[in-house]
Ligand binder design. Sequence first.
Ligand code: ZN
Length: 72
Amino acid sequence: MEVEMLGTTTTKTTAGESCVVCEQIKGMGIHLYTTFICEECERDMIGTDTNDPRYKYYLKQLRKITNPEICS
Ligand SMILES: [Zn+2]
């Protein structure tokens, strides 16, 4: 699955953005506040059970996003 990155593919002119979760440059994804989550990680997170160790990892990564200012 994680094969075709940094390859020779220049099909997309958009440089992409750095995903906050996998920390790779991806072209497709969503924006959360000022950060970017790639499509794959977004799907992974949605599909990951809260008991899954990976879920904790996602939460940890997402904690970078939440800013003290945002708390109401
Ligand atoms: Zn990602």
